[in-house]
Design a protein. Structure first.
Length: 321
């Protein structure tokens, strides 16, 4: 049985809806919906090196969900990865949030989809003082995230209904754009101060996976590759720091961290960076998508379901109380 861990070995990982588009000669990077297949080739890997084996979870079996939540409630950081446009992934995230909340665990929800400068708007929404439409407008959802909000509406509605705090995890688009153009050390002093003096880019299997992504775009100058890696670092480091700071400031809260699976399964993406800031016990959950690099070791893997947001009522509007 997989257990939540305070340290992880054998860094491996996946990519969900994270796509980086390199425009030749510009070194601009854009978040998109491509390269969604680079995740989870096998729902229950069987490594021979003694590493932890993921437990397969049937999301259609409430007993299986209950057993999962009973185990992960021991962790203070429950990371639930996703492919951004997969509705079943978001329903799995909601099942974890709901299960923890119903057990009396004081939870907060960290979200990759919102950027740090907009935290006050998430606070207003969680407190019930603004509507979903106002939240989306004030956080500039259609410019900064762009995915169909119906994929996320279940989680947002449930959080507001129960007063669950939401945490804006991600770096501002302006910071990412500046790094993509000139690198981290070219940031203005205020933005540069958001990152450690020493920049530690991806290593090991994570670095290899990023290199493969970069190679898909054909030959590019080495300077473009370096900034590509720095942009990924900015996303990972910012989300880890935001999560760590929240945990430190709110010792009574368990943080359910929602992000693309590629940010979670490589240990030196978010998990290790977060442990350096706050050594809270972690659990990593993802949903099967059919492709996983050899050696990947999430703690739990949900079986995939063929669900479409267009064909279903919004689950959070049903009987979830």
């Amino acid at each position: 049985m997989a257990q939540a861990r305070t340290s992880r070995t054998g860094p491996v990982g996946t990519f969900s809806a994270l796509a980086v588009v390199l425009a030749a000669g510009t070194a601009m990077f854009a978040l998109g919906a491509g390269l969604m297949s680079l995740a989870l080739a096998h729902p229950h890997p069987t490594p021979t090196d003694g590493s932890v084996v993921a437990r397969l979870v049937n999301p259609a079996d409430q007993a299986d969900i209950d057993a999962l939540v009973d185990e992960v409630q021991q962790a203070r950081v429950v990371m639930v990865g996703e492919t951004h446009d997969r509705y079943d992934h978001h329903l799995n995230q909601l099942a974890v949030i709901r299960g923890l909340h119903e057990r009396g665990v004081p939870v907060a929800i960290g979200m990759e989809y919102f950027q740090r400068p907009f935290q006050a708007h998430l606070d207003e929404f969680s407190a019930g003082r603004t509507t979903l439409a106002q939240l989306l407008e004030r956080t500039e959802w259609s410019q900064r995230w762009r995915f169909d909000v119906r994929l996320y509406q279940d989680i947002l509605a449930y959080a507001q209904r129960h007063g669950i705090p939401l945490v804006a995890l991600n770096a501002a688009t302006e910071t990412v754009s500046a790094v993509s153009k000139g690198g981290i050390d070219a940031l203005d002093p205020d933005r540069r101060a958001d990152f450690p003096p020493r920049i530690e880019l991806a290593e090991g299997a994570y670095r290899a996976q990023l290199d493969r992504m970069f190679a898909l775009h054909g030959h590019m100058p080495e300077a473009h590759r370096e900034r590509f890696l720095q942009v990924q670092y900015v996303w990972d480091q910012t989300m880890a720091r935001t999560a760590g700071d929240y945990l430190t400031a709110n010792p009574d809260r368990t943080l359910v961290l929602l992000a693309g699976s590629g940010h979670l399964l490589h240990d030196n993406a978010i998990p290790e960076r977060l442990r350096r800031i706050n050594p809270a016990e972690q659990a990593v959950l993802v949903t099967d998508t059919g492709v996983m690099p050899a050696g990947a070791d999430p703690d739990y893997v949900f079986a995939a379901r063929d669900l479409s947001v267009e064909d279903r009522a919004q689950m959070a509007e049903l009987d979830l109380d």
